[in-house]
Design a protein around this ligand. Structure first.
Ligand SMILES: [Zn+2]
Length: 104
């Protein structure tokens, strides 16, 4: 048995632990404090949510989905604006709309 250093859950082997670490909420929260890697992960999650939903995702929905705090959400939003990544969700929604219009 091997323990996750971040959240304390136990796993049967290193492989299982590695798979868990990609989603461990305690670990991702820690990475967020260190810098940009987790923000990129959040952006990916956000884009996936947008694709699935096909329209804007609210902050509350996003917090519930990825399990971050409001402070973390704020940091994420600021980071997106700073890097002009906030254009990406708009493009995704626009692309989604165009696609469904073409279908219908
Ligand atoms: Zn963990």
């Amino acid at each position: 048995m091997i323990q996750c250093l971040y959240c304390g859950r136990w796993f049967k082997n290193k492989q299982a632990l590695r798979a868990h670490l990609k989603h461990c909420p305690a670990k991702t929260g820690k990475i967020l404090n260190d810098g940009e890697e987790f923000l990129k992960l959040l952006l990916a999650e956000y884009i996936i949510m947008l694709f699935k939903k096909g329209k804007a995702v609210s902050g509350t929905e996003f917090i519930q989905k990825v399990g971050i705090t409001e402070d973390q959400l704020l940091k994420f939003v600021n980071w997106m604006e700073r890097n002009r990544y906030d254009e990406i969700p708009k493009l995704v929604v626009k692309a989604r709309k165009t696609k469904s219009t073409t279908k219908a």
